[in-house]
Write a protein that binds this ligand. Sequence first.
Ligand SMILES: CC(C)(COP(=O)(O)OP(=O)(O)OC[C@H]1O[C@@H](n2cnc3c(N)ncnc32)[C@H](O)[C@@H]1OP(=O)(O)O)[C@@H](O)C(=O)NCCC(=O)NCCS
Length: 147
Amino acid sequence: MKENYILLKKILRKNRNELTIAGDFVKKYFQEIEKINLDDKKIINGIKKNLKNKNHLYYLIKFRKQIVGLIHLFLKKRSADLCLIYILPEFRRKGFGTLVLKKIFKKLKNKNIKNLKIEIYKNNKASIKFFTKLGAKLYSYIYYLKV
Ligand SMILES: CC(C)(COP(=O)(O)OP(=O)(O)OC[C@H]1O[C@@H](n2cnc3c(N)ncnc32)[C@H](O)[C@@H]1OP(=O)(O)O)[C@@H](O)C(=O)NCCC(=O)NCCS
């Protein structure tokens, strides 16, 4: 699949329709990966709050006329955090995630950002395989203690 098959549509704070769609993807992500059911309003308010800061970038991932996923980044001075990437289950393993990341790499390079940080749950095997295939290297472990 070629890179121009997909389009990244930057979400604007004032576009309620885009915010609703983005909120729905965030909700799906939390339900599937973190097994948490978040309140729709809280999600949308969270996105709106983030979008007040121009370093938070949300893009809807479009393929033909369909919206197939969402990506959320947070830009820092020399690096960026990949806060979330979500592709709808029926569109997975078709190369969309890879294309999206390639497009994002180009955007980051243009901003002179050379590192992208991703936190992945250790049981999220699909995601680990996905990022490893893209060349991601394990950098640190996070441990939690019960208090
Ligand atoms: C992780 C995710 C974004 C990958 O998107 P995708 O469009 O399916 O990825 P691609 O089709 O580009 O896959 C590229 C490669 O990654 C690996 N991969 C992707 N999904 C995989 C899976 N479920 N099992 C094993 N390997 C997988 C494969 O090597 C694949 O290449 P192949 O299909 O030729 O074997 C998608 O599975 C997703 O949205 N998951 C739920 C949300 C999530 O966990 N996000 C990441 C943390 S924020």
